[in-house]
Design a protein around this ligand. Structure first.
Ligand SMILES: C[S@@+](CC[C@H](N)C(=O)[O-])C[C@H]1O[C@@H](n2cnc3c(N)ncnc32)[C@H](O)[C@@H]1O
Length: 228
């Protein structure tokens, strides 16, 4: 079972805020080549993000929580220029890798933020602003005593319900059967959600961890829940 090293999610706190050399807030209508980074500079950790000021175009927003090295989000953003994508990652090195992928591909619809995922959902995303939440291979914390650190828990379903638009969907993937059972149980128990489906055009875009699992023959699981 592949686990991820780093601080426990619960102890990750807010993380550090990364100063962009050029803020996307000031680069709205400039040529893409002028971007030096897609990493969002948070001027405040108590004011909500304003998607309209964060992206050049007002488009449906999708958020990838724990993007890792960003292969999924970079490919998916490239396939959907009519949507905006926010990659959320607490490790700076990984965020920089995603940044390089986004810059190379000239993705006008991708922005990145270094922050703890639950904090972003609770305090920074405007309520009912997100059309899709992608939660792929979150750290499984397989030891029983560590399971309290898992991202997807009953509170997470409340935060997801707050952030999603009506009809918006949370998409889940994991290789860990026990975590999958927890994910599906907590979403099934939240009356704001209905069981949904993962469309093939989405499930065919693999994440970095997923590729590793597939190469090793490890079975992966997925589920989707739609906000009422
Ligand atoms: C197992 S990796 C999966 C990465 C990617 N989704 C994939 O499938 O390749 C989990 C990622 O989530 C990040 N992460 C874990 N807990 C987080 C949290 N609470 N907030 C933000 N990022 C988190 C880790 O740094 C790591 O990059």
């Amino acid at each position: 079972m592949k686990t991820d090293s780093g601080l426990p999610a619960a102890a990750g706190g807010l993380g550090d805020f990364v100063a962009a050399r050029e803020s996307p807030l000031t680069a709205r209508s400039e040529p893409r080549a002028l971007h030096s980074t897609f990493i969002i500079r948070l001027n405040s950790i108590i004011d909500r993000l304003e998607p309209a000021k964060t992206f050049p175009q007002a488009q449906p927003l999708e958020v990838d929580l724990g993007s890792g090295d960003g292969t999924f989000i970079a490919q998916y953003a490239q396939r959907h220029p009519d949507r905006n994508f926010l990659a959320v990652e607490r490790l700076l090195g990984r965020l920089r890798k995603i940044d390089r992928k986004g810059l190379r591909a000239g993705l006008a619809n991708l922005r990145l933020v270094r922050i703890e995922a639950s904090y972003l959902l609770e305090y920074l995303l405007p309520p009912a602003s997100v059309h899709a939440l992608h939660v792929y291979f979150p750290d499984p914390w397989p030891k029983r005593k560590h399971r309290k650190n898992r991202l997807v828990n009953p509170r997470f379903t409340e935060l997801a319900a707050q952030a999603l638009t009506p009809g918006g969907t949370v998409y889940l993937r994991t290789d860990d059967p026990d975590y999958f059972a927890q994910m599906t149980a907590v979403f099934a128990a939240n009356a704001n959600f209905l069981l949904g489906e993962t469309p093939p055009e989405l499930s065919s875009v693999f994440t970095d961890f997923e590729k590793d699992f597939l190469e090793k023959g490890v079975r992966t699981l997925c589920a989707a829940y739609r906000r009422r």
